[in-house]
Design a binder for this molecule. Structure first.
Ligand SMILES: [Zn+2]
Ligand SMILES: [Zn+2]
Length: 414
């Protein structure tokens, strides 16, 4: 489930509600469009009830790590996947709820700012441990036995949600419900190591004007890449600002209603001896004879640059990758009717081994080599592919790939 965040517009002060997957703040009152830039992850706080504060009460905040995304496993049994949505305590203090349960979804959160005051419990659980727990919860651990070859987290949102806690003498209560959490003996504060707000946790609001021509960039609130319809450029958000993205498109025709973005990851995998598209077809035992020209066609993995349900994500990546010889990507004018990029280039690179596993017709030849396989990426290009409206589905004509419309919609709340 998506969480909602109350946010005031930094320009006019208007109150806006964002979703956790939003990277853009588009203010309906003053029309400013800004992107949220933070080194690291977003941090939110559950809204405390200040009427629960008595004199002498101090406020502390307990961090919870939120993970939402797809986990993929490649094992002897095949490929398994699960959508995981969990919020687990990041500090081990007995009496703290181990998870926030549905609370994070039931309330509107606020962005953590220095104005929150108080101190913050130090993180004593590593993010990796939270992910391991998510794996256990998802029941995707390797229960049936057999060799485990590869595991990847794709399209994940990781954030911190802080639970406010009221400290009154040695008694600690939930800052929202007022219920008692735990007591500490006098002076027994060793388990409660706290720290002040770190300036790095602050979100900056950055301009969305095209760094090349100054035109206003185009993009929806959950996009990771904005486009300039004036100078035909694409820009992705990164820690220090906007970074130019190499992009191309496969030209559509009068039937085209939508362009869906894909990351074309051109890479060699030396351990599997896959350099060209012909290599790929042979190593993965595809039932098609490589054409001579495919020996010099550098192998690319075509990964959807949009979030989709795991099964469809793999299906679409596989079909598009196998049909790559049909896809003539060229430089051109930026198109308007594009679906926003919601999966980053780095996540696309992490998806390559899963895509390879999903594409192979011979598991035994490929799966055991996955742990050693390393990508030698040469280029990552954003490519917009034309799709035709087929009532319930979007159809990509060159590759005959279908994406159910509801799946594309669902992906925006993942
Ligand atoms: Zn505003
Ligand atoms: Zn521009």
């Amino acid at each position: 489930m998506d969480i909602q965040v109350e946010q005031s517009c930094p320009q006019c002060g208007g109150s806006i509600v964002l979703s956790e997957s939003d990277h853009l703040l588009a203010c309906p009152y003053c029309n400013v469009k800004l992107f949220l830039q933070v080194p690291g992850v977003y941090r939110y706080v559950l809204p405390a009830k200040d009427n629960l504060l008595e004199d002498q009460t101090r406020r502390i905040y307990a961090p919870y790590l939120r993970f939402k995304g797809n986990i993929f496993f490649v094992s002897e049994q095949g490929i398994q996947h699960r959508l995981v949505d969990t919020t687990q305590a990041g500090s081990i203090v007995s009496g703290l709820p181990p998870s926030l349960g549905v609370r994070a979804q039931a309330m509107k959160l606020k962005r953590l700012t220095p104005g929150a005051g108080g101190r913050f419990l130090k993180l004593s659980v590593k993010a990796q441990a939270v992910l391991e727990k998510a794996v256990q919860i998802s029941q995707l651990s390797n229960r049936q036995g057999g060799a485990m070859y590869h595991r990847a987290f794709i399209g994940e949102t990781v954030s911190f949600i802080y639970l406010p806690i009221n400290e009154n003498e040695s008694s600690f209560t939930d800052g929202i419900t007022g219920s008692h959490l735990f007591d500490l003996e006098d002076g027994d504060t060793s388990t409660l190591e706290t720290r002040p707000f770190h300036p790095r946790w602050n979100v900056s609001f950055m301009s969305t004007l095209c760094p090349q021509c100054g035109w206003s960039l185009d993009g929806e609130s959950d996009c990771l890449v904005m486009t300039c319809l004036n100078c035909d450029t694409a820009w992705q958000f990164f820690e220090k600002g906007l970074e130019k993205v190499a992009w191309k498109l496969v030209q559509g025709d009068n039937r085209t209603r939508l362009y869906v973005p894909f990351w074309k990851v051109t890479a060699q995998i030396p351990q599997l001896n896959i350099n060209s598209f012909a290599d790929f077809l042979e190593r993965t035992n595809q039932p098609m004879i490589p054409k001579p020209s495919w020996r010099s066609l550098a192998m690319s993995y075509w990964i959807p640059a949009v979030k989709l349900r795991p099964k469809i994500f793999l299906q679409v990546a596989r079909q598009m990758t196998l049909a790559q010889f049909h896809l003539q990507a060229v430089e051109g004018k930026m198109v308007r009717n594009t679906h926003p990029v919601t999966l980053s280039a780095s996540e696309a690179r992490q998806s390559v081994k899963i895509c390879l596993a999903a594409s192979t017709a011979s598991r035994r030849k490929i799966f055991p080599l996955l742990p050693k396989a390393r990508l030698k990426t040469s280029t990552v290009t954003l490519v917009y592919l034309p799709f035709i409206d087929k009532v319930h589905d979007w159809l990509q004509p060159q590759s005959a790939t279908v994406i159910p419309k509801n799946n594309l919609r669902f992906g925006r709340s993942m």
